[in-house]
Design a binder for this molecule. Structure first.
Ligand code: SAM
Length: 219
């Protein structure tokens, strides 16, 4: 695997960061992380011209690498601090996991499709991102073995907030999840209070691919 990140890629990335910023992302650390992670590594090299557009793109198995603005929006809501344990549900290409690692998180990312899991694992290893643990499985049930998490990020559309994810959240932890039907979802942030209760905030509408599995769209 040849991983080249040259001045041309860096220039395209700077322009992408400006685009995302112009759309309302203000967290300087998130913008910096987007500027640091080579998104073109996560797409087939034939699609280089798509890597730095603010668009989702197909990665096989009917799945997508999320739009950079969406990655930035969810990451901003998660409020990652260095050293946080973060669970990502829906590894896909591995790009979002790399952005979370760039922010200093210890990342656990779980993917439902074997082919995508294997591709992402290979790439993240080649990038030497040892702070990311990749797992194959049904993330709608969370990943109990490494819980609790300071942050949980779901990158697929859930029909309702998956109860296991709330259970696996540490006190003060944040769950960011798009909830709704297949035509559109509202971004939610649920923060676990010290007494175990949850504070819910609602944000903009998005369009994600469906969350599969037991607490997803498919029993
Ligand atoms: N975060 C990804 C990235 O950076 O490329 C994009 C995620 S894509 C929009 C959604 C992903 O969620 C797909 O790869 C899909 O296979 C995965 N997925 C769907 N249901 C899942 C589940 N129950 N557990 C784990 N992954 C799931």
């Amino acid at each position: 695997m040849q991983l080249v990140d040259d001045f041309k890629h860096k220039g395209l990335r700077r322009a992408l960061v400006q685009t995302v910023q112009a759309k309302g992302i203000t967290d300087a650390r998130v913008l910096e992380a987007l500027g640091a992670v080579p998104r073109h590594f996560f797409l087939d090299s034939a699609f280089l011209q798509h890597a730095y557009q603010d668009k989702a793109f197909g990665i096989g198995e009917g799945q997508t690498i999320s739009q950079p603005f969406t990655v930035a929006f969810q990451t901003e809501l998660l409020q990652v601090q260095p050293g946080d344990r973060v669970l990502e549900v829906g590894t896909g290409s591995g790009y979002q996991a790399a952005v979370l690692a760039q922010l200093g998180a210890k990342v656990y990312t779980i993917e439902y499709h074997r082919k995508l899991f294997e591709q992402a694992r290979k790439l993240l290893r080649a990038m030497r991102l040892t702070q990311i643990t990749t797992v194959l499985g049904d993330g709608s049930l969370g990943l109990v073995g490494f819980a609790p998490y300071q942050g949980i990020l779901v990158t697929a559309a859930a029909p309702a907030v998956p109860p296991s994810l709330l259970q696996q959240l540490a006190p003060g932890g944040r769950l960011v999840v798009p909830v709704g039907d297949k035509n559109g979802q509202q971004m939610l942030r649920l923060t676990k209070q010290p007494d175990g209760s949850l504070a819910e905030e609602r944000f903009a509408q998005f369009a994600f691919v469906p969350l599969l599995g037991k607490a997803g769209w498919q029993a």
